[in-house]
Write a protein that binds this ligand. Structure first.
Ligand SMILES: O=C(O)[C@H]1O[C@H](OP(=O)(O)OP(=O)(O)OC[C@H]2O[C@@H](n3ccc(=O)[nH]c3=O)[C@H](O)[C@@H]2O)[C@H](O)[C@@H](O)[C@@H]1O
Length: 266
């Protein structure tokens, strides 16, 4: 019963109630028919093990289908910790006298720290347009250059980040049941005809202009967020960020406030 609960919830989040329900009923029915065929004498067999094995089979096939993603991630994290360990051993042999002869004492605490740091917090450099399999409680989808100079530089990549990237992050949120935040933009209002813009204003956006990869990309991203919320019950947050500026910002960022400041100081 417990395994059914754990496996069932996980598969249902990923593939939906209808598909998993159908697999459950079909494999339960198939299992019962097969066991009836092979039962000798006139025993009566009761149980849902056929249905449970059907779910286990689906889980196994999902693992096999996504094998490269699972194995790449595992190999990547194990590999990077192993490399850090080797480097630390190398460093200690070079800096602690008498280690080779057994008179010096190794710094065990650093080895332990490398292992615990890696298991607590591992940074995984990834492209958001590729599927990502991790276990998380919250997702902050901040990917996408926000400055016109940078988002226009590779406009196709910008729209991919907003559309495919947001789909992937919502798929991840759906699978693990995480809450997701999307950083959107004041540019969803385009060239607004209302000032100031309130949240209920729908905007005035050019769908084919040079800024559209960003404006329309973020609009699709917002649509996806609401569709996943309505259809899959994902808990969502959207922040429409207006012009921000602050320390360590690139002087050639290209956004209005920093442009004014840069022109004043130059
Ligand atoms: O086309 C459809 O008919 C279906 O499309 C989506 O379902 P699906 O394509 O199975 O994908 P999701 O589970 O919503 O995930 C979206 C994306 O997120 C990615 N993903 C999923 C899970 C995960 O852990 N990580 C991750 O990157 C997947 O690769 C996928 O491309 C919708 O969720 C369904 O409602 C819809 O019926």
């Amino acid at each position: 019963m417990l395994s059914l609960l754990f496996i069932g919830i996980r598969l249902e989040q990923q593939f939906g109630f209808v598909r998993i329900g159908a697999i459950y009923l079909l494999s339960g029915f198939g299992g019962s028919v097969l066991s009836a065929l092979f039962l000798r004498n006139s025993y009566i067999s009761v149980g849902a093990s056929g249905a449970l094995f059907g779910l286990l089979g689906s889980m196994l096939s999902e693992l096999l289908m996504n094998w490269t993603i699972y194995s790449n991630k595992a190999i990547h994290s194990v590999g990077s910790v192993a490399l850090k360990m080797v480097e630390e051993v190398h460093r200690q042999f070079n800096t602690i006298l008498g280690l080779m002869e057994g008179t010096g004492k190794p710094d065990y605490a650093t080895y332990v720290k490398i292992c615990t740091d890696a298991s607590i917090n591992e940074m995984i450099p990834r492209d958001v347009t590729e599927p990502l399999l991790v276990e998380v409680d919250q997702i902050y989808h901040l990917a996408c250059p926000a400055s016109p100079i940078f988002y226009k530089h590779n406009s196709v990549k910008t729209i991919k980040t907003n559309v495919i990237g947001t789909l992937n992050m919502l798929g991840l949120a759906k699978r693990v049941g995480a809450r997701i935040l999307l950083t959107s933009t004041s540019e969803v209002y385009g060239d607004p005809l209302e000032h100031p813009q309130i949240e209920a204003y729908w905007g005035n956006v050019n769908p084919i202009g040079v800024r559209s990869c960003y404006d329309e990309g973020k609009r699709v991203a917002e649509t996806l967020m609401f569709d996943y919320h309505r259809q899959h019950g994902i808990e969502i947050r959207i922040a429409r960020i207006f012009n921000t500026y602050g320390p360590r910002m690139n002087i050639d960022d290209g956004r209005v406030v920093s442009n004014f400041i840069a022109q004043a100081v130059r």
